[in-house]
Ligand binder design. Structure first.
Ligand code: UDP
Length: 473
């Protein structure tokens, strides 16, 4: 018998795509009918057309996956980007309720077996309860971030001051002590709206029926063990945890092979190019762009740089736009590096680039999807975390997983990263130093492990089966 599921993703590409990939895996293994309730992103961005064509391709694939576009709600401003976003999602509550009610009435004899929600959508848990639909969490980041989030209400009482002023180390079950400044940005300042929203979402996680997470056991075994043992939720039972990753959309754009970035890569020697890309939101002010350019020039390495611009203004800080490279790069930079570099001022086909044999390193903002994509293709990372939980990911990659070279960043002062430091980092990532050899070796191992995890009989494959069993009960 077909089992109906509803999915409620957050609107951003980094949250939406892996959830759709989960849906694809589920319907391929079991007779599920899945309906996505889509919230429009608060801002149009260069990611929008990629997301639209990806959704269209899944909608027309013949799989039992459907998309309902919820009516748009105008965002209201808030100085905290996280509070802005959580409030924006929450303002769609009446539309979510209406869409779920319609879904229920379209097939009165079939209940909805689960509402699977992104963490930012957990304010809708009460809607699910009102309609008798079991709520599940789909967590788009890694297990360390999940452990920290589940443990946050406990940390909140243990650490009375702001994390940014805390002089000790932050202890998370299953992981080494953390320097306080690597905790996610909304958590740093207890007086911010972002913090309040975040803690309230964290409290809801423990009351879900299950937590599905885009990671795999071999990558984060000790943290996953600690979560499973209930150490992160000392006061409540921990819901079943399903690490089913990596969930990646590797065939997002069929036209990718004719993309100019790929054509340029086709002419470069193997493993010679460092790729710079900072996710869907990452962009720098002009002085930092100039320092990166100086660093790249002095490193003498080949590079492919996705360079986007951010005015820093607007409700919720808006989204980056395509960069006017002639205006923001140092004079003569493009001419001087013409033979060995390509600056692309817009969205790039990241997975196709990481898959390309000419790419030997990735200067990344350490968004979780970018990390998983890099692991998949065995590309070593130079970590430059910018916002959200990226510092935590970067710390984990460098200090725990040995999958990234560290870029020395000034978390406290927030000053510019100098051209010299960019040069040092890029040379270390791409040159013949000992650190590079170790990171490369680890990248190769984790690439194999991530592929094995999703193969038949692999750890994530087995967890997916367990999830399917739970959803069928
Ligand atoms: N991405 C891309 N082209 C770009 C920038 C990003 O294809 O120019 C994709 C990238 O492959 C990843 C997603 O967008 O799948 C970004 O997710 P991530 O978690 O890395 O970062 P976020 O955008 O959430 O900060």
């Amino acid at each position: 018998m077909t089992v109906t599921l509803a999915f409620l993703p957050a609107s951003e590409i980094g949250h939406l795509v892996s959830m759709v990939e989960l849906a694809k895996h589920l319907v391929q293994q079991n007779p599920f009918s899945i309906t996505f309730l889509l919230i429009r992103p608060p801002f149009q961005s260069s990611a929008s057309s990629t997301t639209t064509s990806y959704i269209d391709s899944v909608a027309s694939s013949g799989l039992d996956i459907h998309f309902v576009h919820l009516p748009h709600v105008e965002p209201t401003s808030n100085p905290s980007p996280e509070a802005f976003y959580i409030n924006y999602i929450n303002s769609h509550k009446p539309h979510v309720k209406h869409a779920l009610t319609q879904l229920l009435s379209s097939s009165p004899s079939t209940p909805i077996a689960a509402l699977i929600m992104d963490g930012f959508c957990l304010t809708m848990t009460d809607v699910a309860s009102d309609l008798g639909i079991p709520p599940y969490l789909y967590f788009t980041s890694g297990a360390l971030m999940l452990a920290l989030t589940l443990y946050l209400p406990t940390l909140d009482t243990k650490i009375s001051c702001d994390f940014q002023d805390f002089e000790g180390q932050v202890e998370i079950p299953g992981f080494q002590p953390l320097p306080p400044l690597v905790v996610p940005s909304p958590v740093l300042n207890k007086k911010s709206d972002g913090y309040t929203c975040f803690v309230s979402l964290a409290r809801k996680m423990g009351f879900t029926k299950g937590i599905i997470i885009n990671t795999f056991t071999e990558l984060e075994s000790t943290v996953l063990e600690a979560i499973n043992e209930g150490l992160c939720l000392p006061d409540n039972p921990t819901p079943p945890i399903h690490p089913v990753g990596p969930l990646l959309a590797l065939d997002r754009e069929p036209s990718e092979n004719s993309n100019p970035c790929i054509e340029w890569l086709n002419k470069q020697p193997p493993a010679s190019v460092v790729f710079l890309c900072f996710g869907s939101r990452g962009a720098f002010p002009e002085p930092q762009v100039k320092e990166i350019a100086f660093g790249l020039e002095r490193s003498e390495c080949r590079f492919l740089w996705s360079l986007r611009f951010h005015s820093g203004e607007g409700v919720g800080n808006g989204m980056p736009t395509d960069a006017n490279v002639d205006e923001i790069l140092p004079e003569g930079f493009l001419d001087r590096t013409e033979e060995r570099g390509l600056v692309w001022p817009s969205w790039v086909p990241q997975t196709a680039i990481l898959a390309h044999p000419a790419v030997g390193g990735f200067l990344s903002h350490c968004g979780w999807n970018s990390c998983l994509e890099s692991f998949w293709y065995g590309v070593p990372i130079l970590a430059w975390p910018l916002a959200a939980e990226q510092r935590l990911n970067g710390f984990q990659l460098v200090k725990d997983l040995g999958l990234a070279v560290e870029l020395r960043l000034d978390y406290k002062g927030g000053g510019l990263v100098s051209g010299e430091e960019v040069e040092r980092g890029v040379r270390c990532l791409m040159g013949e130093c000992e650190e590079r050899s170790k990171v490369r070796e680890r990248a190769k191992e984790i690439s194999e492990a991530s592929r094995k995890a999703v193969e038949e009989g692999g750890s994530s494959f087995v967890h997916l089966k367990r999830l399917i069993d739970q959803l069928n009960k």
